[in-house]
Design a protein around this ligand. Sequence first.
Ligand code: SAM
Length: 235
Amino acid sequence: MKDIFGKALLDYYNSIFSDYEAEDIVTWTNISDKDVLPLPYLFRSYKEMPKLEQKALQLAKGKVLDVGCGSGCHSMYLQNKGLNIKAIDISKGAIEVVNQRGMKYAEVLDILDETETFDTILLLMNGTGIFQELKQVSKYLKHLKSLLNPNGQILIDSSDIKYMYEDEDGGFWMDTNANYYGELDYFISYKGEKEIPIKWLYLDFETLKLACESVGLQCELVLEGEHFDYLARLR
Ligand SMILES: C[S@@+](CC[C@H](N)C(=O)[O-])C[C@H]1O[C@@H](n2cnc3c(N)ncnc32)[C@H](O)[C@@H]1O
């Protein structure tokens, strides 16, 4: 990983305090064209967050782990509210940003290498993306389950992206022999530099629920968003 995402986060954070100019990130996938991801969105305040994320923050309690914390928008909000929160990310740049922002406990760490236990685990902004592929979901869920204290909860959001395969006549052009339709190849570039492509998984709620049942987790639909997105609570 070249950590282009982390570089963009650092540039944006530094640009707030200097003349340094950050640019927006450009993203695209194997089924969608180029799109701009505005950097300020990654630093969104509670008021600017989608309702699903606000709800997750309202439900967070006890010792919290923010998985894939990015700029720390969720972690900082909870820390400021007085919660005991650890922020982790595989991006060095992201962790540098959250440290500069004053996070008390942050670490460059892959979720699969986490060993502490928590009362709440947050995975937000398509939290299932981190699982990468359908065949890896059970491995991640089992590991997340092992990190839960008694009565602990995992709060995770995702979307059913079936709509991305819909044509103008309302038909679907999905290849039924292909892998699960939510498995995407995800590309990002920043200031003309391309990141090594990653796999990014969008999971519809029913598939997530089935996967949870197979590893002994209860999966509850907490809230549906405005565009096929949802927040789930796993216990
Ligand atoms: C879509 S961003 C979301 C950032 C932040 N949660 C937000 O809502 O703004 C996903 C983040 O997950 C991180 N990530 C990806 N795979 C990870 C893993 N296996 N363990 C920890 N973090 C990971 C990425 O580096 C990135 O910062």
